[in-house]
Design a binder for this molecule. Structure first.
Ligand code: SF4
Length: 281
């Protein structure tokens, strides 16, 4: 049994919150650069150049890429031979987010009740935590700071199995079209196919963590990702909704087995500020 002090989790998350808020990941920066080169109209080229400049200033001056510093989402993957010591792991995670957001002066965007009072918790907690247990003695913590302009444009649909591939593609493209400029394009689009009503939504969000250079391991899903990306870019929503060629930077699919009677599909849209980090302990 390997012992891990929960303070390490808190400190790692605190640092990661500050880092991802101000640093556009290299794969997204490269995708934005590539997109800028494809744009032909002056306004869409200008929009892409502004996004690139914004990322550079954020990195150099250590200021957030966007004022919407996102809701913290955590995937905690724990090896079954790990024993956390010195406290409650869930509290340690929330403390890491609290210290990360307040210590790095990031906007607090969480409210304590979704409906009745909506009082700001003032430290961006609570984070949403998904936990899974795997073999081994390591701990993997994946952190995402999810902006809600794009989150609000995300959708889940329980398709009929007979709707098949065409039904899934239609739903994905329809969701991107409906999102339009509201999702702060260019977008990165996570798609979850299979599982259940709830698990396909989690898959769609988790797929957003994959590096943009990495396609789905299954060649059929990988070619579906490419095809959907090409079709989405024909929608001409464009950067910041200014009708250019770069509506999406990438479409990322995760799939899993499902029931014989169902074909769940979720589309989780993320903006160009797709901020995430991974910590291994
Ligand atoms: S959706 Fe993204 S770019 Fe738009 S406001 Fe939120 S974090 Fe910023």
């Amino acid at each position: 049994m390997r012992e891990i002090n929960v303070n390490r989790v808190t400190e790692s998350l605190c640092e990661a919150c500050g880092f991802i808020a101000c640093n556009c990941s290299p794969d997204i920066y490269e995708a934005l650069k590539h997109g800028a080169e494809q744009e032909t109209s002056e306004q869409s080229r200008m929009a892409m150049d502004m996004l690139l400049k914004n990322a550079e200033i954020a990195h150099e001056e250590r200021i957030p890429i966007c004022q919407d510093t996102g809701l913290a989402i955590i995937w905690l993957t724990v090896g079954q031979d790990v024993h956390f010591i010195n406290g409650d792991i869930n509290e340690a995670i929330q403390l890491g987010i609290r210290k990360g957001y307040t210590g790095h002066f990031l906007r607090a965007s969480a409210v304590d009740d979704p409906l009745f009072n909506r009082i700001n918790t003032k430290d961006n907690t609570p984070a949403v935590i998904y936990t899974s247990i795997v073999p081994g003695d390591q701990v993997k913590i994946e952190l995402m700071a999810k902006g809600f302009g794009s989150e609000n444009m995300s959708r889940v649909k329980m398709l009929k199995p007979a709707e098949g591939m065409d039904g899934v593609k239609q739903f994905v493209l329809e969701t991107i079209k409906m999102a339009g400029p509201n999702a702060c394009p260019p977008m990165i689009v996570g798609v979850g196919i299979g599982g259940t009503f709830d698990s396909c939504a989690v898959m769609s969000k988790h797929s957003l963590l994959r590096p943009l250079s990495q396609n789905n391991e299954n060649s059929e899903y990988a070619s579906m990702e490419r095809e959907l990306c090409e079709q989405a870019n024909l929608l001409k929503i464009g950067p910041m909704g200014l009708h250019g060629k770069t509506t999406v930077l990438k479409i990322q699919i995760e799939q899993s087995p499902t029931h014989i009677a169902g074909l769940p599909c979720a589309v989780n849209i993320c903006c160009h500020a797709c901020r995430h980090a991974e910590v291994i302990l």
